[in-house]
Ligand binder design. Structure first.
Ligand code: NAP
Length: 290
């Protein structure tokens, strides 16, 4: 793949790590983030700072966005000096934020009218997957854009799959988050129970991680909990956002997901009531442990 001028908007936990892989692969990056200091490490490695999403878009062939919430996505695409205020004809626009399927469809419809090739491409694999360049990427939207950009996705992803129409990447990510709702609540209650029973928790993690209870949350977040490390990883406030999107979308599809609804209630207590949304998702155990 020839080297490209790539724009990147949202250089937080995930975006920053992905940018480092893109720089390492030899691409010229143009970056913008709400808080400039979070892009300083990229600027010192040759990335060019831009002052608005529009300025980023004017400078490049391909724009990635990886911001926090759907409202942030709305702002960077449709807001004043947003991406869609720039001339986007024949440019690639790829949103990797975990966001609403309907919003992905709206970006695709508006972008396509202006000649852009649009993808929704949320990821899974956590902060470690981003650092190690081993993310899973779930893609919806233009099939041509997916084929063209596949070599670039490979700079930071391992499992990359195309699911079809705009929004289908986000729907796949919602299916992923419904699964994670089970593993996070399961891991948390497993540790609460094991501690109360007086078990050696390190031995519990090691033993269960080798049997049929093995899962990513247990392997990656279990040890962080035992070290009292509640730094994000993956912010609890973002996981609550995802559970809300999944349940709203499920309601529109007339399906009932009671276990996911229960997980949402627990994260609402953590985030909205206890104001601990900036903790990593493993912070859920604080509803039991002081
Ligand atoms: P993060 O660290 O908060 O990064 C988001 C970045 O976007 C922040 O630096 C934020 O700026 C910036 N931003 C927000 N609104 C903006 C705007 N209007 N203009 C410019 N910049 C804006 O969060 P993250 O962990 O990287 O997650 C990003 C997205 O990926 C979320 O949707 C999350 O659900 C999803 N995700 C996360 C993980 C994970 O394990 N962390 C895994 C998969 C998917 P500030 O610096 O000013 O806050």
């Amino acid at each position: 793949m020839k080297m490209m001028k790539i724009g990147f908007i949202g250089t937080g936990v995930m975006g920053n790590a992905i940018c480092l892989h893109l720089i390492q692969a030899g691409h010229q990056l143009y970056v913008y983030n709400r808080t400039k200091s979070k892009a300083n490490n990229l600027i010192s490695r040759g990335a060019i700072w831009c002052t608005t999403p529009q300025e980023v878009t004017e400078a490049v062939d391909l724009v990635f966005t990886m911001v926090g919430f759907p409202s942030d996505v709305e702002k960077v695409y449709f807001g004043k000096n947003g991406i869609l205020s720039a001339s986007v004809n024949k440019k690639y626009l790829v949103d990797m934020t975990t966001s609403k399927p309907q919003l992905a469809q709206k970006i695709a419809a508006t972008g396509n009218k202006k000649g852009a090739l649009v993808l929704d491409a949320p990821v899974s694999g956590g902060d470690l997957g981003a650092k190690n360049g081993t993310l899973t990427i779930m893609v919806g939207g233009s099939k041509d854009a997916y084929k063209e950009l596949n070599p670039i996705f490979k700079d930071f992803g391992k499992q990359i799959h195309y699911f079809g129409l705009p929004g289908s990447g986000q729907n796949t990510k919602m299916a992923n988050q419904i699964m994670i709702a089970g593993t996070m609540t399961g891991m948390t209650e497993c540790l609460v129970y094991a501690q109360k029973a007086g078990l050696d928790l390190e031995a519990v993690l090691k033993t269960l991680g080798g049997g049929s209870a093995a899962n990513w949350s247990l392997t990656n977040y279990g040890p962080r909990i035992l070290k009292k490390d509640y730094t994000p990883g993956f912010f609890s406030k973002h996981f609550l956002k995802d559970l809300r999107i999944a349940l709203e979308t499920a309601e529109e599809m007339n399906i009932n997901l009671p276990a996911t609804a229960e997980a949402k209630k627990l994260y609402e207590i953590l985030v909205d009531k206890k104001h601990l949304g900036d903790l990593g998702t493993q912070g859920l155990i604080k509803l039991w442990w002081k």
